[in-house]
Design a binder for this molecule. Structure first.
Ligand SMILES: Cc1cc2nc3c(=O)[nH]c(=O)nc-3n(C[C@H](O)[C@H](O)[C@H](O)COP(=O)(O)OP(=O)(O)OC[C@H]3O[C@@H](n4cnc5c(N)ncnc54)[C@H](O)[C@@H]3O)c2cc1C
Ligand code: SF4
Length: 494
């Protein structure tokens, strides 16, 4: 059915995405921050704001090329079931993105050039929530099986998307996961109050019901060797993420009370799952979060929920401007300041802070404060910091708990080293245009090859690597291409 043109929808209705619960309320519990209720009519009017602009720039903003105008129109017509089908055509797990995606599509929406963008992410989320509520999302086992066996190592969004696509092509898929429960960072990393874990579990159940096997508590490289995989499987996909922490080797780094974000956050996920966890919490503490990014924001929000006395989030870079600079026009991603959900709930943000040392003022072996300087940076043309002017020296920030969230340096090295795969200088696993590593039959996708990125990219890479593995095994593939479709070399070398 052709799409209906609704050119004046954006004049009739203001942008009103699904909101969040009030900060003062939500910070007192661990339920999802999102407002639980929305009604169909509200979402219909939001979908009506889509002007069907002819050249849907939103689709080029979406890394997996979701066919956004189609499902906007279907929601406008109240055909939610068909909208769900359109959504699943490009995205295996729309609730993963509908809840966590930073929605680059909205920045590139034509309306965003001089008005408020269509609330695309809210519409995506509403469609998939409706799908689960109505029981429309059911297992889709393949109608025929091949004799090929494929191993997927890692069960984050990349591994799960690869597994589901390969299984739908009829191959027999086993997912190996080091953790006790599958899901990767969707399960252990992203806080429960940002993405409730029953949403991962219902997808895992769908995958199990489609015939995918999960081998959890299995550390590949240690419990399973490359030789085991090569003897037991016709191809393997490494989707092991990029969780190798960056560290700060400063004086006092070995003091107690200084922790990596990715030790601290999964511990809280496990606590919420009812497991006994021994690690320290932020209760009653002065917390300093080092790192101004999203992982840092999740630490801030977690520390508040644990009852921290004070939380300061430190960024080495200056505060971004409120308005788009002239050299950053639409449809480029805006490089502007956006208050995070965590900062809405409280805490302090400090910018242009260069940390110099961790201090133990009372000599008990525990960190008490951070010593830093407030600086003005000079950058080169590539955006690299090259010089600084000290604005204020000897800045001291009280800290009983320091959480390091300054990014990741590619995948943890053990498995790539054990398997002898080539890596790029930034530590990521190198692959050719067919997404194969330097070892024949061993493919890789997701953060393991891109470096720490986004859920939406991981899903797209998982879809693409499945297509490449299918072609490697059978010489052709009917699986759809995804994020790398714009690369003409992509299909050439499979
Ligand atoms: C705290 C935090 C919050 C984030 N929030 C967001 C967000 O809001 N929105 C967003 O879009 N992105 C977010 N991201 C990024 C996003 O989670 C990742 O880009 C995405 O999960 C990458 O998917 P992946 O499948 O490549 O890897 P991962 O999700 O990291 O999964 C890799 C899996 O491989 C397993 N594994 C590793 N080594 C082995 C081994 N040797 N044997 C067996 N299993 C192994 C790991 O245990 C893990 O389960 C966040 C990241 C972090 C750290
Ligand atoms: S996956 Fe992300 S970028 Fe794509 S449509 Fe959904 S919110 Fe937008």
């Amino acid at each position: 059915m052709p799409r209906e043109n609704h050119p004046d929808g954006f004049l009739k209705h203001r942008r009103a995405p699904i909101g969040k619960r009030p900060p003062a309320v939500r910070v007192r519990d661990v339920d999802e921050v999102w407002a639980p209720d929305w009604d169909d009519e509200h979402l219909r009017t939001q979908a009506e704001r889509c002007v069907d602009c002819g050249v849907p720039t939103c689709m080029s903003g979406c890394p997996i090329g979701n066919i956004i105008p189609n499902w906007n129109d279907l929601v406008y017509r109240s055909d939610w079931k068909q909208a769900l089908e359109e959504l699943h055509a490009t995205n295996n797990f729309p609730e993963f993105t509908g809840y966590t995606c930073p929605a680059p599509c909205e920045d590139t929406c034509v309306l965003a050039a001089n008005d408020d963008a269509v609330a695309i992410k809210s519409i995506e989320r509403a469609i998939v929530d409706r799908g689960w509520e109505e029981g429309w999302i059911t297992p889709q086992p393949p109608t025929r099986r091949t004799d090929y066996h494929v191993a997927v190592v890692g069960s984050g969004p990349a591994g799960l998307a690869a597994a589901q696509q390969l299984n739908r092509a009829g191959h027999r898929v086993t997912v190996f996961e080091r953790d006790e429960t599958p899901g990767g960072l969707m399960q252990y990393g992203i806080p429960d109050f940002k993405f409730a874990k029953h949403r991962v579990e219902q997808r895992i159940q769908q995958l199990r019901d489609e015939g995918i096997r999960f081998a959890t508590n299995t550390d590949v490289g240690t419990d399973v060797t490359l030789d085991d995989l090569q003897r037991g499987f016709d191809a393997t996909c490494l989707a092991i993420g990029a969780q190798h922490h960056r560290d700060l080797t400063l004086p006092g780094r070995d003091l107690d009370g200084i922790r990596f974000a990715m030790d601290y956050l999964p511990e809280e996920n496990r606590r919420q799952a009812g497991q006994r966890v021994r690690g320290v919490t932020a209760e009653g503490k002065n917390v300093v979060v080092l790192g101004g990014g999203d992982t840092g924001a999740d630490c801030v929000a977690t520390a508040h929920r644990q009852g921290a006395r004070q939380v300061v989030q430190i960024s080495i870079n200056p505060r971004p401007p409120e308005d788009r600079p002239s050299d950053n026009p639409w449809p480029a991603q805006p490089q502007t300041y956006r208050k995070t959900y965590a900062q809405e709930e409280g805490g302090e943000e400090a910018f242009s802070i260069n940390t110099q040392a961790f201090l133990d003022t009372d000599g008990d072996g525990r960190v008490d404060a951070l010593q830093a300087e407030h600086v003005d940076w000079t950058y080169d043309r590539t955006g690299r910091r090259v010089d600084k002017t000290v604005v204020e020296s000897d800045v001291r920030i009280p800290a009983d708990l320091v959480l390091i969230a300054i990014g990741f340096a590619g995948p943890e090295p053990q498995l790539p080293e054990a398997f002898g795969v080539d890596r790029a200088p930034d530590g990521t696993i190198q692959t050719n245009d067919a997404m194969m590593t330097s070892v024949d039959g061993l493919f890789a996708a997701g953060d393991a090859t891109r470096g720490a990125s986004l859920v939406v990219w991981a899903i797209g890479e998982g879809r693409d690597v499945a297509r490449q593995i299918d072609r490697y095994l059978t010489g052709r593939s009917d699986l759809p291409a995804s994020v790398r479709t714009s690369n003409p070399a992509f299909d050439a070398r499979a």
